[in-house]
Design a protein. Sequence first.
Length: 233
Amino acid sequence: MLVTAFHDLVLGGRCVGCDRPGRVLCLPCRDDLQPTPRPAWPSPVPAGLREPWAAAPYDGTVRAMVLGHKEHRRLALTGPLGDLLAAAVAALLTDVAPDPARVVLVPVPSRPSSTRARGHDPTAAMTRVAAAVLRAHGLDVRRAALLRTRRGLADQAGLDAAGRAANLAGALRAHAPAVARLARAGRPVHVVVTDDVVTTGATAAESQRALTAVGLPPLGVAAVAATARRTPA
Ligand SMILES: [Zn+2]
């Protein structure tokens, strides 16, 4: 991460929050990033969606961070994004499982073609950081990549709520070997789905469906940010 920050500096990087030359996220902008985790129910609510929590509204610096990380490979943002995600996970757990043992964070999977094009898997990376942050606070939390995309899944961007739901029906599946590894440990687990942004909730609901189908119903969904609620037309 230091190397990336240095790289940004040498190559004339700019803060994604205020455009000031230098670090990818300047210290004043980073200090301003106070997570405000709250339930982030989309409207309409997809069938079966469990509690979604987000650490911030999807605008301003947070939006710029998510996009810079995802689309422009500003990898120095993985840490601050992971911190925000950890705050959302902690708030969700406080609400639904005040004394949770063995929490497993399951990132919403990216399509393999997206990961190749971007050169990284942003949600997986920030989920790894969030798990480490929560472990540092004494919680029994780790990350497990239990979900995979099916072939033929289109990019969700540009689709409306109905289009997203149709595109996503049956789009994700649990990865049997990873689920088996988890089961071998024997003890029950508390599963939380993690994502970067909650928009319509369709991806979160599909992730829950796929995990519930293998006997791992998630407690809820935690995300860095959520878009403003949509009012049904
Ligand atoms: Zn700044």
